[in-house]
Write a protein that binds this ligand. Structure first.
Ligand code: HEC
Length: 134
């Protein structure tokens, strides 16, 4: 019987962790023993990285020397992410990532791919005119 109560309490506390915050002010509250890997709205709050498979591998390997912002503000394809990693390994003492490299690069390509944002659309229906040099 005692065992059942303990089990009930453990399950209860475990479930409470997954309940949504009650109020907005509650969610904003910060205190010292807050979870350093808290996720809010799909973002790892401490680093600003997107929450996705491989997140903690990226946090562990890619935020030691520079801020994660250097990662999140760059958008590259697989080849260029690998090249950036190779460049850091050759010039910045980045360690061999082993099997983690694939996890990290997959995470990066999924969440920080090249973007076309900022490029204007091709112009259409242009009326060309002849320059008339004097
Ligand atoms: C051993 C230290 C170290 C680690 C660990 C590290 N980097 Fe870097 N990284 C650097 C340095 C140094 C620079 C250059 C910083 C600067 O230009 O101010 C840099 C620059 C960058 C840049 C900018 C490159 C450019 O062309 O401007 C990106 C993107 C980047 N790192 C991503 C990563 C990723 C992803 C990881 C995890 C695999 C990582 N870094 C881990 C040292 C490191």
């Amino acid at each position: 019987m005692g065992f059942a109560i303990v089990l009930f309490l453990i399950a209860g506390f475990w479930l409470i962790r997954f309940l949504p915050e009650e109020t907005a002010s509650n969610a904003k509250k910060t205190d010292a023993n807050e979870d350093p890997n808290r996720i809010e709205n799909g973002i790892h709050v401490r680093t600003g990285l997107i929450d996705d498979e491989g997140l903690m591998t990226v946090v562990a390997n890619c935020t030691a020397c520079h801020s994660a912002q250097l990662v999140t503000q760059n958008r590259m394809n697989e080849e260029r992410w690998n090249a950036t990693i190779r460049w850091m390994q050759e010039t910045q003492n980045l360690w061999d990532l082993g099997d983690n490299q694939e996890i990290i690069v997959n995470y990066l390509v999924r969440n920080y791919p090249p973007t076309e944002k900022g490029r204007r659309e091709n112009l259409k229906n242009i009326e060309w005119y002849d320059l008339d040099p004097e």
